[in-house]
Ligand binder design. Structure first.
Ligand code: 5AD
Ligand code: SF4
Length: 497
């Protein structure tokens, strides 16, 4: 009998990928994914610890399942990922009805943990070692990567895939919990990555997004002294047949080498898009954050990116209200955002994370109200900058990999066969919305950009497409084609070539 699985994922792309791998491995063991926790035999939460808010959400969801678990004691409830790794004791205390607590490095043992609960009725715990608990090698092994070749049917989109090239982080920015919950930095063997990319391409995947906490720190040492960096890896996978686009996230400013930028420029499938979080525009704050660079260094790095990769789009992350951030410090961040020309920025209010150096060394002394205001102010500045950036695209034609119906279209019922509002991304990672036939999903099309907002480019698809039941037919002037445009379906005659 098939068992039913419900999984909820919060957090970053790493978590999305982990959940995908977990679902793949359980589906191979006969599980079927259901959209409702109430219907499932196994209920899993893949968790995030980067901010308190993400943890609160999970505890609230666990709390609301307490009565359900009491009523159906044979159902299995599991907490996976970063929060499991960070707070196993707290999870046990706050949610004693949880059966499985499984860290980021132990996800491959999840089927076994489920079987153990079924056999013994006892809770199961599987976690990586704390970073100060054992030798580096032992801690590394306890976080060993889990990247089996995938089950294509469980990928959220058949033509896009995340590929993990490294795990963990050694930077220890003082606000960040990631080095504790994802363990030491370890890069995967380039040939294993290349094999995964080839496999994904053979399954119809067109866009690969390489993942790492500091993806541009990737380095793999072969026994013979040769070293592979991200630039080498990009060159290695670039010619994989079927792959059209390669992106990589997230970059650390200090590791943005000229070699890497030259590779981005030289390799046509590598998209001219870089996500390089600055976090703050104030040197004193950057120092307290232990980001290992100054604003001047960051600005020079941006200039280098733009010089070596003409037309590159750059996006950033910022934390507002970090310990000791004065109005003046915040003003420097505003100035950076006003002048740096980011395509977009993700802005977060500082959330003190027990277990980080930040909470040990500094007071979380910026009031919540002030954090909120700074968040809104910085967002307003970034939105103006994004609009200026977006308006530059109006009148140009961009290549879009069509991802699916737009948010608006998802809310509407479309007339069968008619045009639907679609969304996709350009090589520079701009979101592009246009009307077209849903058969375009997964295709690369040319879109003429006509309008822009701070978040989106709107345009008309230029690629000729056959839609509806009409077969192209010849009339006096040439074959007649139906084309979906912004105004609706147009029928046009093509000249006979
Ligand atoms: N509080 C708020 N934001 C944080 N980030 C990381 N740690 C924290 C924290 N403690 C943000 C950083 C990072 C992004 C993924 O999350 O900006 O780049
Ligand atoms: Fe966290 Fe800093 Fe590592 Fe990024 S580089 S994951 S912010 S410690």
């Amino acid at each position: 009998m098939t068992k039913k699985l419900y999984i909820e994922t919060v957090g970053c792309q790493m978590n999305v990928l982990d959940s995908e791998l977990v679902v793949g491995s359980l589906r191979r063991r006969g599980y079927e994914v259901v959209p409702d926790a109430g219907d499932a035999d196994v209920i899993l939460f893949n968790t995030c610890s980067v901010r308190q808010h993400a943890e609160d959400k999970i505890y609230s969801a666990l709390g609301s399942l307490r009565a359900h678990k009491k009523r159906y004691p044979r159902k299995i409830l599991g907490v996976l990922g970063c929060m499991a790794q960070k707070d196993q004791e707290i999870v046990r205390r706050r949610a004693p009805h949880v059966d499985i607590v499984c860290g980021t490095g132990q996800l491959s043992s999840l089927p076994e943990l489920i079987a153990q609960v079924e056999r013994t009725g006892q809770p199961q715990y599987a976690l990586g070692l704390a970073r100060n608990e054992a030798s580096r090698r032992e801690v590394e092994q306890s976080f060993e990567s889990y990247d089996p070749l995938r089950d294509p049917s469980v990928r959220p989109s058949p033509f896009q895939a995340y590929v993990r090239i490294m795990i963990g982080c050694d930077k220890f920015c003082t606000y960040c919990i990631v080095p504790s919950v994802r363990g030491p930095e370890q890069s995967r063997h380039p040939e294993r990555i290349a094999a995964e990319v080839t496999q994904l391409a053979s399954e119809g995947c067109k866009e690969i997004i390489l993942l790492g906490q500091t993806v541009n720190s990737y380095k793999f040492g072969f026994g013979d002294g040769r070293r592979f960096r991200l630039a080498d890896l990009l060159a290695r996978i670039h010619n994989t047949a079927g792959i059209e686009r390669i992106k990589f996230v997230t970059n650390f400013p200090r590791d943005m080498s000229d070699d890497l930028l030259d590779a981005v420029r030289a390799l046509p499938k590598v998209c001219p898009y870089l996500h390089v979080p600055a976090q703050s525009g104030c040197n004193a704050v950057l120092k307290r954050m232990k980001r290992l660079y100054t604003v001047e260094y960051y600005r020079d790095m941006l200039a280098r990116c733009r010089e070596r990769v003409p037309g590159v789009a750059i996006s950033s992350d910022f934390i507002v209200g970090f310990c000791g951030e004065s109005e003046e410090s915040f003003g420097r961040t505003c100035e950076l955002v006003e002048t740096a020309g980011f395509k977009n920025s993700f802005i977060f209010k500082y959330s003190a994370r027990p277990g980080t150096k930040g909470t040990e060394l500094y007071q979380d002394d910026v009031a919540e109200e002030v954090k909120k205001r700074r968040n809104n102010d910085l967002l307003a500045i970034q939105n103006r900058v994004s609009l200026t950036d977006h308006l530059r695209w109006v009148g140009r034609t961009v290549e879009v990999l069509v991802e699916g119906p737009s948010k608006v279209a998802l809310k509407q019922k479309d007339p069968p066969g008619g045009p639907v509002q679609l969304t996709g991304r350009s090589p520079t990672d701009h979101i592009v919305v246009f009307d077209g036939n849903s058969r375009l999903i997964g295709q690369t099309v040319q879109v003429a950009v006509e309008e822009a907002t701070s978040f989106t480019l709107f345009g008309t698809v230029q690629t000729r497409e056959h839609i509806g039941v009409d077969q192209p037919r010849h009339d006096d002037e040439g074959p007649l084609l139906s084309i979906a445009t912004k105004e609706g379906i147009k029928r046009i005659s093509l000249p006979i070539l």
